[in-house]
Design a protein around this ligand. Structure first.
Ligand code: DX5
Ligand code: ZN
Length: 226
């Protein structure tokens, strides 16, 4: 996976049909998804529960692009090898998930994955300042994590600050939560290049009728073009 600065859309399968993940992943990739975003929740770090390593390993067989796994779990370190085995390309942990993010990021890279660090809306950019050399992606949450379909919280100033702190390092800035054609231009202008979108991609479509997925992806891309 070489470093690509262009704007990428990462549909979150949290908004897909939970009984049909394999075909949903295939459908949304065929409709133009750049990455597949997989939200892992533990019912402890966030007030919702999704799936764990065996399910993520099953998703892998269907992902042809990049499998971007967002861990909303605490603790993290004991599960890193399981997500490497599951085939995650990018593994993102929250900086709020424990006191040793530096060790966590080293362990993620050590297990052969790209290492991401996520910040909740209440966490300042400075929380990751000393982690940037160990990081391939900074995920700025624009909702409080746990659920899809929430209202976008404007974190534009934080994104701008992070882009400045990152400088010329090959680090992606990913935005997660409430991204749609209205909010995407704000964060891309501030320096983001990976846009996670759940409800704004999956709305109106289905495995049987996937064309709306493509229309929705193209609408987000068009909103940030030029
Ligand atoms: C929220 C998740 C997001 C979520 C985004 O906790 O991390 O990835 O699925 O969903 P939308 O795009 O609907 O806000
Ligand atoms: Zn997410």
């Amino acid at each position: 996976m070489s470093f690509d600065r262009s704007v990428k859309i990462a549909p979150s399968i949290l908004s897909a049909d939970f009984a049909d993940f394999g075909r949903e992943i295939q459908a949304v990739e065929a409709q133009g998804a750049d990455w597949i975003h997989v939200d892992v929740m533990d019912g402890h770090f966030v007030p919702n529960l999704t799936f764990g390593p065996p399910a993520v390993k099953a998703f892998r067989k269907h992902v042809k692009t990049v499998m971007d796994v967002h861990l909303m779990i605490s603790p993290v370190d004991a599960y890193i090898d399981a997500y490497a085995d599951a085939g995650a390309d990018v593994l993102t942990a929250h900086v709020e998930a424990g006191p040793h993010s530096h060790r966590t990021l080293q362990a993620i890279r050590g297990a052969g994955m790209k290492a991401g660090i996520a910040l909740n809306p209440g966490t300042p950019a400075e929380a990751v300042e000393h982690l940037l050399d160990l990081t391939d992606l900074v995920c700025v949450m624009t909702v409080n994590p746990g659920f899809g379909g929430q209202k976008f919280i404007d974190m534009t100033a934080k994104v701008r600050k992070l882009r400045e702190m990152i400088g010329d390092r090959p680090v992606h800035i990913e935005i997660d939560g409430g991204v749609d054609p209205t909010t995407a231009p704000l964060v891309v202008e501030a320096g983001a290049d990976v846009l996670v979108a759940g409800s704004a991609v999956f709305r109106g479509g289905s495995v049987e009728n996937p064309a709306p997925y493509g229309e929705n992806i193209r609408a987000i891309k068009a909103s940030v073009a030029g």
